[in-house]
Design a protein around this ligand. Structure first.
Ligand code: ACO
Ligand code: OAA
Length: 446
């Protein structure tokens, strides 16, 4: 077999050839009227579908002109903050909101109880699945581990290929129940085999909610407080759904439209979500914050913080990608409503846990970064902190390990993906096939 060094040398040379042959001048996109990233030059997405599942508002019309406004997120006709606010102090809402998104209407008490009983009853994996699949080849990349598990679960489903609506709904509900186990057990395997820590695998409880199960499965003593369960439950509700155009949900709709099965569709959506510009940003924010802490002496010194953020933007620091993670959004302009809900929890938890110093650093970045990005980039719609600027800080204060942050997003977003798969199956029935303008030159020599 070729050595890694030789292979690296080979691809370093070939990379230059690819760069020469694959380069397309940005001006050609304007010339041919092609919207890069399926968005126009003001960042507005190309219209590709209709949905009843959720609505995102980021601008309104004032005196006949479209102007940016504070962000709003609606699930099936209800504002997400109102849904969260309508729950009792100790009431956990993941299952109720999941029912709303999947079925299109709020459940009555009996329907909710039945749905919770079904979700609870499905919290089980095939015999030896944890040992034979999850424990094999442990990795810190829990999204990869989960994706592998999802694809393998197809082999245990006698009806895996049936893409009918009712079979797909059954598979989606089953995966929603199984995701917390795939995530936590994947982490447990990594924690033991890679980090040399102790191994424990708790069984999930039928009568506990999704958030409680996650905390219980994660902790050696299975204990958690009501407040911790409430905070995690809220985080999951906030991450459940975000329209048809976000990268992973669009992936769900594209793959569904080809007639593929539920397992393959969800595996594709997972692969999209883990990207650092999408769901993977929650891990990146934490890595970036660690990096900033290492390079900043005074968390109160705004000049020092600004200078380091400038270096990040100029690709001279952190991962040299030029992005300040947790900032900016493809749709929101002035604010992301979910960030505001997270911020309330962050403030409460940071005081309880003695993390005020960290909170100050976050708040200073929250204040400085949008202005800096707006100064250095071409931003038409405004830039503000997104849902994941604070989510990692919250998870950290709940004792959830960083490797699981994007997986927590997936545990929630599979609900939205499922709703969109069902909507696509019921309403569309046409393969998605956009066009690419070919600028290739024909070579008549052979
Ligand atoms: C759950 C979620 O998916 S929320 C998003 C999570 N992602 C992140 O936090 C990663 C950091 N943020 C980003 O990369 C971007 O803001 C995205 C991917 C979320 C949205 O990207 P876009 O819609 O292309 O943003 P927008 O149109 O406002 O960008 C305009 C310019 O500002 C840049 N920009 C936007 N956000 C940032 C940022 N946080 N840091 C640096 N530059 C940024 C864009 O790269 C673009 O630059 P370019 O013209 O040189 O290509
Ligand atoms: O909508 C998007 O582009 C990103 C997303 O999924 C979210 O913010 O939850």
């Amino acid at each position: 077999m070729m050595s890694l060094m030789k292979m690296n040398e080979y691809v370093a040379t070939q990379e230059k050839i690819c760069e020469k042959n694959d380069y397309i001048a940005p001006r050609l996109y304007d010339e041919y009227g092609v919207n890069r990233g399926l968005r126009d030059d003001r960042g507005v997405g190309v219209l590709t579908g209709l949905t009843n599942i959720s609505k995102i508002v980021s601008s309104k019309v004032q005196d006949g002109k479209k102007v940016p406004c504070d962000g709003e997120l609606w699930y099936r006709g209800y504002r997400v903050e109102n849904l969260i606010g309508s729950l009792g102090e100790d009431e956990l809402g993941f299952e109720k909101v999941a029912y709303l998104l999947l079925m299109g209407e709020l459940p009555n008490a009996e329907e909710q109880h039945e749905f919770e009983r079904i979700i609870g009853g499905l919290r089980t994996l095939p015999s030896n699945f944890t040992r034979d699949v999850i424990m094999k080849a442990p990795t810190e990349d829990i999204m990869n581990s989960m994706t592998r598990s999802i694809l393998t679960l197809a082999s245990y489903d006698k009806n895996a290929k049936d893409t009918g609506v009712n079979n797909s709904l059954r598979q989606c509900i089953q995966l929603i129940s199984e995701f917390p186990m795939l995530a936590v057990y994947g982490y447990n395997a990594y924690n033991h085999y890679v980090k040399n820590d102790s191994m424990f695998i708790h069984r999930p409880a039928k009568n506990l909610s999704t958030a409680e199960n996650i905390l219980m499965l994660l902790r050696p003593d299975k204990k958690y407080s009501k407040v911790e369960a409430k905070v995690l439950d809220t985080a999951l509700i906030l991450h459940m759904e975000h329209g048809g155009g976000n990268n992973s949900t669009f992936t769900t709709r594209v793959v569904t439209s080809s007639g593929s099965d539920t397992y393959s569709t969800m595996a594709a959506a997972m692969s999209s979500l883990k990207g650092p510009k999408h769901g993977g940003a929650n891990i990146k924010v934490m890595e970036m914050m660690d990096n900033i802490r290492e390079h900043i002496k005074d968390y109160e010194d705004k000049d020092e913080i600004e200078a380091y953020l400038s270096k990040i933007l100029n690709k001279e620091a952190f991962d040299n990608k030029g992005l300040i993670y947790g900032m900016g959004h493809a749709v929101y302009s002035l604010s992301d409503p979910r960030e505001r809900v997270f911020k309330d929890y962050v403030v409460k938890l940071a005081h309880e846990k003695g993390r005020e110093k960290d909170l100050r650093l976050y708040e200073n970045i929250e204040e400085l970064a949008p202005e800096l990005i707006a100064k250095q980039r071409k931003i038409f719609k405004g830039v503000s902190p997104n849902v994941d600027f604070y989510s990692g800080f919250v998870y950290d204060m709940l004792g959830i390990p960083m490797e699981l942050y994007t997986a927590m997003f997936a545990v929630a977003r599979i609900v939205g993906w499922s709703a969109h798969r069902i909507e696509e199956l019921i309403t569309n029935n046409r393969i998605m096939r956009p066009a690419y303008m070919s600028i290739m030159e024909k070579n008549p020599q052979i």
